[in-house]
Design a protein around this ligand. Sequence first.
Ligand code: ATP
Length: 872
Amino acid sequence: MSPATSSDGAHAAAAPKRRGKSKSNQPKPESKKLLRRNQQNLELSELVERTKDANAIAEIPDLKLFSQLPLSLMTQKGLSKGNFLEMTEIQRSSLPFSLCGRDVLGAARTGSGKTLAFLIPVLETLFKATWTQLDGVGAIIISPTRELALQIFEVLRKVGRFHNFSAGLLIGGKDLKGEQGRVGRMNILVCTPGRLLQHMDQTPEFSCDNLQILVLDEADRILDNGFEKTLNAIVANLPKSRQTLLFSATQTRSVRDLARLSLKNPEYVAVHDAAEHSTPKNLMQNYIVCPLPQKLDVLFSFLKSHLKQKVLVFLSSCKQVRFVFETFCKLQPGVPLMCLHGKQKQAKRMAIFEQFCRKQDACLFATDVAARGLDFPAVDWVVQVDCPEDAATYIHRVGRTARYESAGKALLLLLPSEKDGMLEALEQKKVPISEIKINPAKTVSIRKQLSGLCSQSPDIKYLGQKAFICYLRSVYLQANKKIFDVGQLPIDEFADSLGLPGAPRIKFVKRSQAKNASRQAQAAMGQDSDGETGDASRPSGSKIAKAAADQGDSDADDSDTEDAAAAAKPKKPKTKIDKMFEKKNLTVLSEHYAKLKEQSESDSDDQEFLSLKRANHDLDEDELPMAAPSKLNHRQLLKTKTKAIKERGHSTKLVFDEEGNPVLDFKLETLDEFEKKQDIASRQREYLEATTAKMREADTIDRSIERERLKEKKRLKRLKEKNERRAESGQEVQVTLGPAGSDYEDASGGDFDGGDDSGSEYESDDDGAPSGRYNVSRYGDEDGEDEGDDTYDSDGDESGDEEMQLDLSEDTPAPRRPLPPPQAGNKRRLNGADAVAVASKPAASKPAKRTKVITDLNTQSLEDLALQLLDK
Ligand SMILES: Nc1ncnc2c1ncn2[C@@H]1O[C@H](COP(=O)(O)OP(=O)(O)OP(=O)(O)O)[C@@H](O)[C@H]1O
């Protein structure tokens, strides 16, 4: 089977060997070929004839052996080489129908040989159709998990090795591109749903138009809500005229399911329907009632007392699996430990699967990823530490032991709150189970060791916190509220039993929010119509819990979740509840998150942990703390957000330069490019020159300002001295006025305004000579009347005893008149308000005391004018 194993082919196997005869007696090659072809044709027509009537086969007297069936020689040979001689019940009952091309729904206990029951018809159908590599895909076998697909593929290789068909294994976690090149040449595909759909969507050469036979192993699982969308999309790509075989230990009878697959008059073969029990005869099943905080003590004690046994332990989430595995490795119960869950890398998963198959005595901690179909040889015990979500899951889990004709034992740990509901469900499914008691003397407590480990290692503590949260979450999300009641769990004691210093805070959402999230999820499913993600990760309907448990931390179908994720185009939108979970659990994740994420075997670890996959459970509002409801419902919120995102358009990248200015389309030059463009030395020189020029300019301005300041200072000093001299000589004191609010009080007692930025300013050269503008002042006396004694001193020097009056509007020198004699108490403050008041008086009434107007004057003309006046 497969290109590697099928090279000898049917015809070679059938050709008679004539050793020891002389060369001349041997038939010619052409006649050899002809003989072989004739023989094959004969066999083929015989087979076709014999497989026309299913009842005729079923009625073969004493039908027990494969050799009694109308099978090709290659299949017969493959079976006998694989030591399959006698048929099991399901094989004997289903093969007559399936070999005749009928659709079959096969149901039989776990470990009863269903795999061969569907593989033999696959080989025979293609053989009878004289299928060649050029005919493409003739048969597809779909399995819910990667490990199971691999296992089926191995059995196919074993029994089909003498056929000339090519077979391929299409599962997630492998190189898609590599597969794409070969998938078009395959005749039989064993695959997981997600990967198959991915090829249907992405591999152009992939065609199933000639498909002859479709097989669903663990059919009820593939047909449930978790894979609904994916399977619908796959079936839409398949021709309707085909044979379909469905097999499972817990078979579906749903008319809807059968309609989805367009089954034609299917034969329902349920070999153990009439049997007293639905589980294998040689399986011993017990349960113990164990409070939640004692579960790990019981498990550890169990392992310690079953050291030379092969034990498979089921837990409900991969975080729990990791926590128990890590801590038990440190506590060393004395048996080799392994763990298997959906968050591991595919290669590791396969390695552990094979390793556990080979081991004589070992303990494998697993999620429900190992619950269905896996044929671990010689498992002694199946221990279910966490209660399975339903009786079907229980049946599949315990089915990992007591397979075919071997015996096995199963132990179920039930919480007091789970006991009644679960036992009732098991009874309905005809599962014989009886209670046993724990021997307290043989139970060891590992609580102290666990808290020691948690306090020593933050990573262990973090794992414990996550295990705690995931367990509660899994219980909370279970559909069957009769069995699973999160409100009854002793939360603090449970945290304590994991070694945690306290119970991590968890908040659940109320029913309305969960429903909204569900609607949102369904809406999203509608959007990416053929996206398989929807199927695997967005369950809906009554079997939500099942789908979600598998897709969440319990991850039974991670393979397909991953495949589906790859197959689906857009990313799954985050619901409000997803975000809430993230926020609420942030405190728990702490800084160890990043560290552990690196160590984690899967990148999607925390994504899975944080995201809510089961969305639409009906939860009892009263039993849980509620989050404040939003004014808008989720549909509205979703609409608003989508609109906002659309309106926002595409964002552009904005780059900022060193000074913080945005630079669009900015591209950094490499040093080489930069040097090529221009000589760096010359650019440096240019830059230096420009900067030096700027600095010189700034320096000049600074110096001139300083010069002015010094000149002003000198001028004021001279003015002061002049006034003092005048005062001594009995002359009037010169007063200069400035604008309002800028009055200065002279230390000598004279009021003047000579401030830097006053209205009375002038420029002078370094020696104090006026060189710029003059402000001509006006002043009045205290009572607001003009004194008529304006003074003017062009160069800041004493202007003698003459009073100058200037009518600046005419720009003509005013007649000179003597200053009035100084008055006692001449010291006064005159501010701008005074000045305005003075100015407002009509000049006409007192022509002798004319008001001067402050203005900028032409320096030169004023200077000339001043000199003229002085000369006069
Ligand atoms: N006719 C047979 N003779 C001997 N061994 C057989 C025969 N048929 C199946 N077996 C063996 O029985 C074991 C269980 O078979 P298989 O895995 O097909 O069971 P199953 O019914 O598919 O179980 P599950 O329901 O768990 O998937 C395998 O180890 C297989 O090799």
